[in-house]
Design a protein around this ligand. Structure first.
Ligand SMILES: Cc1ncc(C[n+]2csc(CCOP(=O)(O)OP(=O)(O)O)c2C)c(N)n1
Ligand SMILES: [Mg+2]
Length: 661
């Protein structure tokens, strides 16, 4: 390591330690230990341009160990990303700063993914790498490799302990994602101490078994060895690569090699000791020698040439293949989707009763040609979730042209991968499983909401309507969970028209993930259902009087039940309005006037019906209302037995309304 390289690596360490000390909070261990590998990668291997952080063919870099965020902020600052200033580093972890506790996508320039939940970044990187292969197969032409980049993820012991990476890497190996490169910061320390207490497997062998090329760097400070390993990783395009880099947590500080270096500031004294150990030229906090800045500026300038060359390449490509350039623009234009699908064909519906999962299948297979960049699949349940795009082929190691994904039985990785595909850009990802198994997806769905990714989930078998499979397969509390999730839209459509609306909302959403929650059993086509479903709730069956005696609110399979109950109540002289509420989240986005028009405050006699846990419906039924809902887990029996057993009959619903009088 020459002097300037030594200074450049140590600048990352010093800035990280100083920022964490100033914030009196943060995690110095990872940045100090992993600074050399991060420097080597960013300076000499990563294809990136600080002046063009969104350049389509840049290499992707995800810091999966998000607690080491200061590593990333130091790099972004030193390379001159978005002018992330020294002041921004001084504001680490402060309200509103560009340097929050964990990296936040869309908040700080150059951050490719929000990370913090360990393992998530590595699993999302798998999705990014899949997107790269897909787009390369679609767009590259001889002499025009317009999509040709690597995806890197860096993380530590925690990322490798979490099950999510096992799921995701197993798939990555199967798919032969040769441009995926994982850097494992192997310091063998986590919060509670040595990994010997809980993590003793041979990680290299495990990764080898998944089908990765495995590489090892004995000394995490050896830039040359790290560089060689990265080049070796890049050279194998048939297998993903996994580089174990042996490091010392908190390198250079007196806490080096101990758990104490993981997650608390070093403190002034220890930081000074570190600076001395590193032979840093100043004791002053946040001091970086001008020659270091100049050196990084030089690197950034060189890097800029690559994006400029790509721009030239793309210009020539567009001239030679104008139809491909047009397609490129269309695939990267999320805003243009509404224009492509909002036509009569999209809104067609059948006359006969149909399970909404089948309505969803009909739709997917109708617009797969309108939206040729739709890229998705199920966690081994496509025949049940009805999410297969006929005639669109299967994406595999040997054939990247297929549009159908097979995630295997890996819901958590599936949700991480669809995040990664969305983060990459150019494709419309969807993921499918049974609604009840959305529990297995939840932490990654949550990240999609935090990041504002318009990922689409098709979650079928939406209630006790599942029937014979019994309580383990019958969702009850999942809707409440997703309705509680900010920036998420859960649609539970009542018929084919509302399923169209659900998919329309999902596809035209720009910053919000959407779940289309569909039934296994057939549902009738309701005469009053309409595109008004796009407002989240609407009057599907009006009362005779302007102001009804009572309001019945329902979603999904229970809307038809509410309409039948309304008929019974009419015979008893009670004039009821039925409101279909497929999406509480969208209804909440409407203005007060619309909400009042649908649910007038003056009408306090309200009953909500949903064959799920009632939690959350009180918001619409009020203190005087009632909720006909599940109070327990379901049971194993034909659904036609379960609905009456749990009280979902027109008589019981009508009685609930009558009881309010
Ligand atoms: C899913 C998840 N569980 C727990 C945590 C809390 N946590 C943050 S860092 C950490 C230890 C990580 O160890 P390692 O990856 O080895 O990082 P190092 O200590 O080496 O920096 C834990 C448990 C988390 N961020 N995410
Ligand atoms: Mg560790």
């Amino acid at each position: 390591m020459n002097d300037i390289e030594k200074l450049s690596v140590n600048a990352i360490r010093v800035l990280s330690a100083d920022a964490i000390d100033k914030a009196k909070s943060g995690h110095p261990g990872l940045p100090l230990g992993a600074a050399p590998m991060a420097y080597e990668l960013w300076a000499h291997h990563l294809k990136h341009d600080p002046k063009a952080p969104k350049w389509a063919d840049r290499d992707r870099f995800v810091l999966s160990g998000g607690h080491g965020s200061m590593l990333l902020y130091s790099l972004l600052h030193l390379f001159g990303y978005g002018d992330l200033s020294l002041n921004d580093l001084k504001e680490f972890r402060q309200f509103g700063s560009l340097t929050p506790g964990h990296p936040e996508y869309g908040h700080t320039v150059g951050i490719e993914a929000t990370t913090g939940p360990l393992g998530a970044g590595m699993a999302m990187a798998v999705g990014m790498a899949m997107a790269e292969t897909k787009l390369a197969a679609e767009f590259n032409r001889p002499g025009f490799p317009v999509v040709d980049h690597f995806t890197y993820a860096l993380g530590g012991d925690g990322c490798l302990m979490e099950g999510i990476t096992s799921e995701a890497f197993s798939l990555a190996g199967t798919l032969g994602l040769g441009k995926l490169i994982i850097l494992y910061d192997s310091n063998r320390i986590t919060i509670e101490g040595s990994t010997d207490i809980a993590f003793t497997e041979n990680v290299q062998k495990r990764m080898e078994a998944y089908g990765f090329q495995t590489l090892e760097v004995e000394d995490g400070n050896d830039l040359e060895a790290i560089g060689k390993a990265i080049e070796c990783a890049k050279a194998d395009l048939t297998r993903p690569s996994f580089i174990t880099v042996h490091t010392l947590i908190g390198y250079g500080s007196p806490k080096m090699g101990t758990a104490a270096a993981h997650g608390e500031p070093l403190g002034a004294e220890n930081t000074l000791a570190m600076k001395k150990f590193l032979e840093w030229p100043s004791e002053e906090p946040f001091f970086v020698p001008e020659e270091v800045y100049a050196y990084y500026r030089g690197l950034a300038e060189e890097l800029g040439k690559k994006s400029a060359a790509w721009n030239e390449l793309f210009k020539a490509y567009a001239a030679q293949y104008p139809e491909l350039a047009e397609k490129w623009a269309a695939w990267h234009d999320r805003k243009g989707i509404a224009g492509k699908i909002d036509n009569e064909a999209f809104w067609e519906i059948p006359e006969k009763p149909q399970a909404t999962r089948d309505s969803s299948r009909a739709l997917i297979n109708r617009f797969k040609d309108m939206l040729p960049n739709l890229f998705g699949g199920a966690a081994d349940l496509a025949p049940s979730t009805r999410t297969y795009m006929e005639g669109k082929g299967d994406y595999s190691k040997d054939d990247r042209s297929g549009m159908n994904l097979h995630f295997g039985i890996r819901e958590l990785a599936m949700a991480a991968i669809t995040n990664g595909i969305a983060l990459h850009g150019g494709l419309i990802p969807y993921a499918a499983t049974f609604f009840v198994f959305s529990d297995y997806m939840k932490p990654m769905t949550r990240l999609a909401s935090i990041m504002g990714l318009p990922v689409i989930y098709v979650l079928t078998h939406d209630s006790i309507g599942v029937g014979e499979d019994g309580p383990t397969h019958e969702p009850v509390e999942q809707a409440a969970m997703f309705r509680a999730l900010p920036n998420f839209r859960l649609f539970r459509p009542a018929d084919a028209m509302e399923t169209n609306a659900a998919w329309f909302a999902a596809l035209t959403s720009e910053k919000t993930p959407t779940a289309v929650v569909a039934s296994r059993q057939a549902l009738p086509q309701l005469p009053g259902s309409s595109r008004e479903a796009l407002k989240g709730a609407y009057v599907i069956d009006p009362s005779e009087k302007d102001v009804p005696d009572a309001i019945l609110i329902a979603s999904g399979s229970e809307v038809s039940l509410a309409i039948e109950a309304k008929g019974l109540l009419k015979e008893k002289g009670i004039d009821v309005r039925v409101v279909s509420m497929p999406c509480m989240d969208l209804f909440e986005e409407q203005d007060e006037a619309y909400k009042e028009a649908v649910l007038p405050k003056a009408v306090t006699k309200r009953v909500a019906v949903e064959a799920l846990i009632g939690f959350g419906w009180e918001r619409y039924t009020g203190l005087e209302g009632k909720v006909v809902s599940m109070k327990s887990f379901g049971a194993s029996a034909p659904y036609s037995k379960l609905f009456p057993y749990f009280g979902f009959t027109k008589e019981n619903v009508a009685q609930a309304v009558e009881d309010l009088f």
